[in-house]
Ligand binder design. Structure first.
Ligand SMILES: [Zn+2]
Length: 62
């Protein structure tokens, strides 16, 4: 049967097929590069929101 069939998923960054096994240590990403791209986008979005909040807060305190 197919008990050793690995789970297949898509890399969230580039949509390449990723197998859920040790060949893909960065799963669900296909590679470290795709993982860093995804984390980088998330982080830069967060930084922008945090910066806006800081501006609003300092305005109110003045
Ligand atoms: Zn990828």
């Amino acid at each position: 049967m197919s008990s050793d069939d690995p789970i297949k998923l898509e890399c969230p960054t580039c949509k390449k097929i990723v197998l859920w096994n040790d060949d893909f240590p960065f799963r669900p990403f296909c590679s470290e590069r795709c993982k860093l791209i995804d984390l980088g986008e998330w982080a830069s979005e967060n930084h922008r929101i945090a910066g806006d909040n800081l501006d609003i807060n300092s305005d109110e305190h003045l």
